[in-house]
Design a protein around this ligand. Structure first.
Ligand code: ADP
Ligand code: ZN
Ligand code: ZN
Length: 826
């Protein structure tokens, strides 16, 4: 017996519809409706996309009152039952909407949109010309054109049509009024499966010979094409045309005679087609240390229990090789593997390592692909055509059905946290999936997050340490430079004397240098030295960044894009001693050019890497030795491997220490350690200089020693003392409103409510206060932070209170958001 009713989460983002609705399943669709099916349902007077999250034989209301499902969208349900459960877990855990939680699981382009399609009311096409005035005849022409468009084969959508042809607007409206054209609401999807027409010759040998004889001599092209298809087998028509240098007319003629068969076949958009040979690379022979790590991972996969492993190893210790061999072991057991890599490190070289080892068994998901490519890669996963998925954060949702291993490389990276609804952390989601599949979650990093390292301390994760670099190269020698001493010695440059000396030395030796600017929370700003005035954004209340392009001096806000021209006199006290301060990448580049006029410098920052692919191009140039110095922000710190680099300088190492965030020491340590790891990865011995105004800070000290454990011991003590994560979960509510009073009133209301309801030892409500970014894009922002040691006790209270407040605040044109486990607090 097929179930009668489906519980459907509809694609309507409003708090009061954030629950599943019951729909009747019409008998003709019953066979295609299951948990995870995507369908079209009526909702109000609209048609919307929905997902089946449950089936039943009984409904809450009388069956007659329920609406019926209109259509099923895909051949195979896009979601598995496990993923449906996962979406429920996410909306519960992160206090997010159900529809948003479902959509997070799927490739972006799959989300269906409703569009208004225009159709002819009857089959009458364009009409014979009428006589009439000039004005009238122009209208008539447009009308004819529209009718012609609508009688064609391809669907015409109103919005799209009027965007391309705004001049047709009046005609469209008139014909709709007249009833000549009707509007229908249809569901479309941004990405479509792509089809290709394939030609094949179905004839028996005898019929084929006869056909060839029948073709008259003047139609020699037909003969040639038929023979070609016969010889080559089923081929895309466009390839036939190219190979035989002919036109579609010939194909049509052959098809009309029944000599060839034309078929629509699904086509895969393969971003890596023809890029890799089919011969796969062999695994490397592991060192003893690597073998021990590998054995532990395999043993854990065999245990049949969900298991978390922290693989802590310095860059170059061979973590990636261990992932590769563990994945091979996993697929050998008939299971599937997911590998998450930070978006920025998901470079062609990284993908190449997986493609070379596993070939077509790998699906790749990342934002560098087109939506169509991503959709097709995703389908290969869903259909079980591949066993390995490599991708950025959202690849954690790869719809595999038997997962054996999930790898998160550089697990401490910020990019694993989604900053939109649902604000999930890929590490937590991965663990949820590992629990369901009894799989192994392998977290790899040279500088683990405090969360993961603490979990290892508590025995929740197995801890494997790779102590040495594969090639036994010594870690680079790191030296701390006290910039206060430079100033005392009258060196006003942003480069210490030692750094200048070493850059010069490397230029002589034709070795390469990387200069790193720590720009998190720091940029070039305008400061008046007479009165202390700093130019700020009128919308966001943060300092404006100074930019120089050509002869223009501009101030720009990096949050909202506001820009104004720079000033020469202070707007506050009229002093002329107002100038740009701080070390933007442009200024460092200028100073470099002054100090080393012959050095070739590549600058990498948001300005030079805006265009798609430019990031990779610049790095490629540097790798090929077309430049001596690579200068950049944190985007150059990650996952890069340049054999000729023998000097790394952190120009302003400590600026990230001053962020209003309890993780600022952790971030600084991670960044500096990573940067230091860029030097001397190969045979050239590396030197690293860290310039700082706070040389005694433990984050700087342990980064210089490349000693993670040393850093961890000090940092965890401070977290324990202050009761900060990982000893608790930190939940941050943000209220935003154009009016300061309104934002403040709502955050105080919430504070009172939570203080009243959460009188438990599990939670601690901190006083509400203005956010570090107290004004952003014209809105005032307030924070309320909650620390809790046992989230499961607190969650029910929050899920009862938060939606009510969010709704009320929305009614007053404000916004109340919540971030469970906030990573960046701004
Ligand atoms: P990580 O991911 O820890 O930074 P990789 O796996 O990228 O380290 O290894 C660093 C370099 O050492 C790579 O070029 C890799 O090919 C090489 N390597 C690692 N392990 C071995 C091994 N067992 N045999 C040969 N080369 C190795
Ligand atoms: Zn001033
Ligand atoms: Zn702004």
């Amino acid at each position: 017996m097929n179930p009668k009713f489906a519980e459907v989460v509809v694609d309507v983002h409003a708090r009061d519809v954030d629950r599943p609705f019951d729909y009747r399943i019409p008998p003709e669709l019953a066979a295609r409706v299951g948990v995870g099916t995507r369908l079209i349902v009526p909702f109000g007077n609209r048609r919307v996309e929905g997902y089946v999250v449950g089936l039943s034989d009984e409904a809450d209301v009388e069956a007659e009152k329920l609406k019926e499902i209109l259509d099923v969208l895909d051949e195979q349900p896009p979601l598995t039952e496990e993923l449906v459960q996962l979406s429920e877990w996410m909306s519960h855990q992160y206090l997010s909407g159900k529809a948003a939680a479902v959509q997070a699981l799927l490739p972006a382009g799959m989300r269906a949109k409703t569009a208004v399609r225009l159709r002819l009311a009857d089959k009458r096409g364009p009409e014979a010309a009428q006589s009439g005035g000039n004005e009238k005849s122009r209208f008539f022409e447009k009308k004819q054109e529209l009718l012609r468009l609508l009688s064609g084969n391809s669907p015409v959508y109103k919005e799209q049509l009027l965007k391309e042809r705004p001049d047709l607007k009046t005609v469209v409206q008139r014909l709709i009024q007249d009833g000549r054209v009707i509007e229908s609401h249809e569901i479309t999807q941004a990405v479509q499966t792509r089809y290709v027409t394939v030609a094949d010759c179905p004839l028996s040998e005898n019929d084929f010979v006869q056909a060839i004889e029948q073709i008259p001599a003047r139609a020699f092209k037909q003969k040639e094409v038929l023979q070609w298809i016969r010889q080559n087998g089923p081929t895309a028509v466009r390839d036939v045309l190219r190979a035989t240098q002919t036109t579609y007319a010939v194909i049509r003629a052959l098809s009309n005679k029944g000599w060839i068969r034309l078929e629509q076949v699904e086509e895969r958009r393969d971003p890596y087609a023809d890029r890799f040979s089919s011969e796969l690379e062999k695994p490397l022979v592991l060192t003893e240390e690597q073998t021990n790590a590998f054995d532990s991972i395999v043993e854990s996969m065999r245990s049949g229990k969900a298991c978390q492993i922290l693989l802590q190893g310095v860059t170059g210790s061979g973590k990636t090789e261990i992932y590769l061999q563990s994945i091979a072991a996993c697929t050998k057991q008939g299971k599937q593997a997911i590998v998450l890599v930070p978006e920025i490190a998901l470079t062609p070289q990284m993908v190449e390592r997986f493609k070379l080892r596993f070939g077509d068994a790998v699906a790749v998901l990342h934002s560098g692909l087109s939506q169509g490519e991503r959709y097709d890669e995703w389908k290969r996963i869903r259909r079980g055509e591949v066993s390995i998925a490599v991708g950025a954060r959202s690849a954690v949702f790869a719809p595999f059905e038997q997962i054996g291993l999930i790898v998160i490389d550089e697990e401490h990276e910020l990019s694993y946290k989604q900053e939109d609804q649902p604000k999930y952390h890929a590490r937590e989601v991965a663990w949820q999936r590992a629990l369901h599949h009894s799989a192994t979650l392998l977290l790899g990093s040279a500088t683990p997050s405090l969360e993961s390292r603490y979990a290892a301390d508590r025995g929740e994760a197995r801890h494997i340490v790779l102590a040495s670099r594969f090639n036994k190269n010594a870690l680079p020698q790191v030296q701390i430079i006290d910039m206060r001493e430079e100033l005392k010695a009258a060196n006003r440059s942003m480069f210490s004397r030692e750094l200048q000396r070493l850059i010069y030395d490397r230029l002589q030796k034709k070795e390469q240098t990387i200069l790193f600017l720590n720009r998190r929370g720091h940029s070039t700003f305008i400061l008046c030295r007479s009165c202390g005035y700093v130019a700020r954004c009128p919308n966001c209340d943060i300092s404006l960044t100074y930019h120089e392009s050509g002869q223009f001096e501009m101030l720009r806000c990096h949050y909202c894009g506001h820009s104004e021209s720079s000033v020469t006199l202070c707007p506050s006290c009229s002093s002329p001693h107002i100038r740009n301060f701080g070390t933007g990448t442009q200024r460092v580049e200028q100073e470099l050019n002054k100090l080393f006029p012959n050095a070739r410098v590549i600058r990498m920052d948001v300005d030079t890497t805006g265009k798609k692919g430019s990031h990779e191009q610049l790095l490629q140039k540097f790798r090929e030795g077309q430049a001596d110095i690579l200068l950049g922000t944190q985007m150059i710190a990650k996952g890069l491997d340049f054999p000729r680099v023998s000097l790394v300088g952190a120009v302003s190492a400590d600026t990230s220490l001053h962020l209003p965030d309890f993780r600022s020491a952790e971030r600084t340590f991670q960044l500096l350690t990573q940067v230091a790891g860029r030097a001397g990865r190969h045979d050239t011995e590396g030197r690293v200089l860290i310039q700082t105004y706070q040389p005694e800070h433990y984050a700087i000290q342990s980064a210089a020693k490349q000693d993670y454990e040393d850093f961890y011991r000090q940092e965890i003590k401070i977290r324990q003392m202050l009761g900060n994560p990982p000893l608790c979960k930190q939940i941050v509510f943000t209220a935003q409103h154009e009016k300061k009073e309104t934002a403040e009133r709502w955050i105080r209301n919430l504070e009172k409510e939570l203080c009243g309801s959460l009188r438990s030892p599990h939670a601690d409500v901190l006083p509400a206060c203005p956010a570090p970014l107290s004004k952003l894009q014209g809105k005032y922002r307030y924070h309320l932070t909650l620390k809790c040691s046992d989230y499961s006790k607190v969650q029910p209270v929050l899920s009862a209170i938060y939606p009510v407040y969010a709704k009320r605040m929305k009614e007053e044109a404000g916004l109340l958001t919540v971030d469970v486990n906030a990573q960046i607090i701004l």
